[in-house]
Design a protein around this ligand. Structure first.
Ligand SMILES: *Cc1c(COP(=O)(O)O)cnc(C)c1O
Length: 389
């Protein structure tokens, strides 16, 4: 279905792969950038086999081919959002199936399993996958599939993807890794043994906070068929315009990410020295609990930092509101810096006892570091901290 993007023997670098999308599906015009194919339907018998946009559109194909080459996999299916991608995978399960999940999954994934898919008999069990005992649990529970995320949101727990996949693969249990926080540039789950790599392209891949999207990457033909089926049968397809925006966005992903990570590394180290900061969590800092695993499976530490403020709910919230360049908002991964207070925002719907047991207390804040000048960001953080002294 997709054209071969490899050239004669040499593998292009990731920046090249992110920029060169191949077929524009507009060969008669010489357009360097693909147009937006805002059509619901296609005339029967066209050479590329398009029929109706719910089951395929040139803009989906273009984005899918770029994502496949950046992820270094054979198949990608794009969806309307990360949640649509999650829905696509979960909808391929049946009543009585058991999904063994990391206990610190993205909030909307938890909600989908607990409030929606549980109604259809899909069972879940929740585990702390940083616990060495979890490998034994895989053998004992023998689940239908395993669902993990690394680093996790918002505590940035790093799970040993390779070890988990190795154990699961012994019994042919597919492992899905939600790779949204790392992107394929920092971590390639399929190369670590996962069957499915899920990304909310809304975040780093698009990078401009102006479109929603999701994707599933795999090397497994059967899973690819299931994903294509879910895209059309459940109406989970994206819009051609959003696909076009995300295709444009991914071209600068390597550039953006490099800047964001440089900023993040520096800010994480500065925060760790601040008396009003209890602790800093950043995967590539040596005080991170799974630092060694992070070094082993990630190229760099990413651009999300989580800290605990030396103060109560009021002070912590005040700090968030005092910032000038960090907008208090959900989401992450865009060029603009954001700050999130999980207890009152992303994780507000989780019962307080459960939230606390997961380590998400009122003093926790999560930074998504953007592409602004480092000096402006550090000054901003220092000023906002000084105001709550
Ligand atoms: C945002 C996010 C999702 C959901 O993606 P949407 O595009 O918002 O639907 C899933 N997983 C993770 C880790 C996310 O950060």
């Amino acid at each position: 279905m997709r054209e071969d993007t490899s050239n004669s023997g040499t593998t292009p670098g990731e920046s090249t792969l992110a920029i060169h999308h191949g077929n524009t599906f507009a060969p008669d015009t010489g357009a360097v950038m693909p147009p937006i194919f805002t059509t619901a339907t296609f005339s029967h018998g066209n050479p590329n086999g398009f029929d109706y946009t719910r089951s395929g559109n040139p803009n989906f194909r273009i984005l899918e081919s770029v994502l496949s080459s950046v992820e270094n996999c054979s198949h990608t299916t794009v969806f309307a959002s990360g949640v649509s991608a999650i829905t696509a995978v979960a909808s391929s399960l049946k009543s009585g199936d058991l999904v063994l999940c990391e206990e610190n999954l993205y909030g909307c994934t938890v909600r989908l399993f607990e409030k929606i898919f549980s109604k259809f008999g899909i069972e879940t069990a929740w585990l702390d996958f940083t616990d060495i005992d979890s490998l034994k649990q895989i053998r004992e529970k023998n689940p239908t599939m395993i669902w993990i995320e690394s680093p996790t949101n918002p505590l940035l727990k790093v799970l040993d993807i390779k070890a988990i996949c190795k154990e699961a693969n012994k019994n042919n249990i597919p492992v899905l890794v939600d790779n949204t926080f790392s992107t394929p540039l920092l971590q390639k789950p399929l190369e670590l043994g996962a069957t499915l790599s899920l990304t909310s392209t809304t975040k780093y891949i698009n990078g401009h906070s102006d479109a929603l999207g999701g994707a599933i990457c795999t090397n497994d033909d059967e899973w690819q068929d299931r994903m294509n089926f879910a895209q059309k049968a459940l109406g989970l397809h994206p819009s051609p315009f959003d696909s076009w925006l995300i295709t444009r966005g991914i071209k600068t992903l390597p550039l953006r990410l490099e800047r964001q990570i440089n900023n993040a590394e520096s800010i994480a180290d500065q925060l760790a020295e601040h008396p009003l900061v209890k602790w800093v969590r950043y995967p590539f800092r040596s005080d991170h609990p799974q630092h060694k695993i992070a070094l082993k499976q990630m190229k760099r530490g990413g651009a999300i930092i989580t800290i605990s403020i030396n103060g109560d709910l009021k002070k912590t919230y005040e700090f968030c509101k005092n910032l000038r360049y960090f907008t208090l908002a959900e989401s992450l991964g865009g060029v603009e810096s954001l700050i999130c207070h999980p207890a009152t925002m992303t994780h507000a719907s989780i019962k307080p006892e459960l939230r606390l047991s997961l380590g998400i207390d009122d003093s926790l804040v999560r930074f998504s570091i953007g592409c602004e000048d480092l000096s402006d960001l550090t000054q901003d953080v220092n000023k906002a901290l000084a105001k709550i002294k």
